[in-house]
Design a protein around this ligand. Sequence first.
Ligand code: BEZ
Length: 189
Amino acid sequence: MTANTIAINQMMDKFDGRHSVWLFGYGSLIYKADFPYLQRRPASIAGWTRRFWQGSHDHRGTPEAPGRVVTLIEEAGAICHGMAYLITPEVFAHLDHREKNGYLRLAMPITFEDRDEVEGLVYIATPDNTAFLGAASEQDIAAHIARSVGPSGPNSDYLNHLATALRELGRHDQHVFEIERHLAALQSK
Ligand code: BEZ
């Protein structure tokens, strides 16, 4: 699948006619909501886990030297914690452009902390997109992040902001915190 997903996402019509839709954020959307929203609530999705397995050609790296950013990978029994935003459909045009590097909008059940559930949307970079990098050890991912930079800034800022935001949410993410630990060790050398 092409890495530029704008056209594919614009054909997604599942929530057409709705005044507002819940969007689940698990990466930069947790700490960087550069769009208007009606409500914001901590939430989770079941059966998916956050992984730094997606290449970033346009934000935290370049086409020649992609950085590493998060996507969601299906895993039975996993719970991914993040932040949900109630947004109006116009906001998707902005997000489709911001997240055009391989991310598809998928419909999915979102669970709030009070266990209320809604069907909402989440952007996921699936393994068949051309920017997908796949699995590596947390140590190798930290080394990759340490040397990557793109138009949105150093890849390390993305990782550190995400780790801080997860801590503020009171959520432990072994994968993210292990990468953060390796990165701090590399940067103190
Ligand atoms: C998110 O924070 O949910 C997100 C991550 C990558 C692409 C789009 C959204």
